[in-house]
Design a binder for this molecule. Sequence first.
Ligand code: ATP
Ligand code: MG
Length: 246
Amino acid sequence: MLKLQKVCKNFGGLTATADVSFTVPQGEITALVGPNGSGKTTLFNLISGVYAPDRGEIHLDGRPIHGLKPHQVCHLGIGRTYQVVQPFAGMTVLENVMVGALYGRAGAKRNLGTARTQAFAVLERVGLVAAAAQSASSLTLSGKKRLEVAKALATDPRLLLLDEVMAGLSPAGVDEMVAVVRGLHEQGLTIILVEHVLRAVMKLAQRTIVLHMGAVIAQGEPAVVMRDRRVVESYLGEEYASALHR
Ligand SMILES: Nc1ncnc2c1ncn2[C@@H]1O[C@H](COP(=O)(O)OP(=O)(O)OP(=O)(O)O)[C@@H](O)[C@H]1O
Ligand SMILES: [Mg+2]
């Protein structure tokens, strides 16, 4: 469904993304993991059109999308959340989600009434219906993370990019979010999951791609990839990796 070919992005002298190539099959949950600063969010920004790559290509269903604007990528069916939650603080939870419904792929065909119906349906999928009339700023972190997912879902994506939607949640909150993501996958969404909560990755992902300093260092089945020496080293350092593999 999605194909990245030798995608590069530099910020000044810093290489944030170095020749990254991978494919994401339709219908799967692909996890994208790696230590802080390894380039995960940058990749989401490249896929969703926030940045254009310096080099390389990104294709959705065989069609080049690199260099398109965020709203164009959104209208082709890619939705994303932001690692740092960004609700419209002065609006209600429902209104926040209605923005997505009006702006997204089917937005032009919706009026306020149908956007409202769509927003309620989405809030149902993430377990936020009871908070619909609440101000977005009054939500707990767990609520705000769900609202991020809801805003993205309201744009009618086929491919959903989730950037650390479990970060900072309690173990129970993580379990609830795992259930939400599993539900979305069962309803047919293809998902790329950027996540530091590896317990959730192991539960959800069919495939894991590991980034280190902007480059892909391993990919494959989650349980196998997590034992890979280079992966352990990238997270915990060489000393620990050698002890583990001795
Ligand atoms: N707009 C920017 N300008 C300059 N440098 C940037 C910019 N965005 C990201 N970077 C740098 O690019 C590198 C990759 O950052 P990125 O946010 O993609 O990492 P990440 O894997 O998402 O990390 P984390 O797990 O902490 O969220 C980092 O060194 C970061 O400081
Ligand atoms: Mg990030």
